[in-house]
Design a protein. Structure first.
Length: 35
């Protein structure tokens, strides 16, 4: 199982920490499901 995670930060300064956390968790979930 490869541990490659792609984190894209787009306008982080505008987003709430919760929104950033949601984007990160979504990215991780997508990575896990795509394996």
């Amino acid at each position: 199982m490869s541990r490659e995670f792609l984190f894209s930060s787009e306008s982080v300064s505008e987003g709430h920490p919760d929104k950033v956390a949601d984007q990160i968790s979504d990215s991780v979930l997508d990575a896990i499901l795509s394996v």
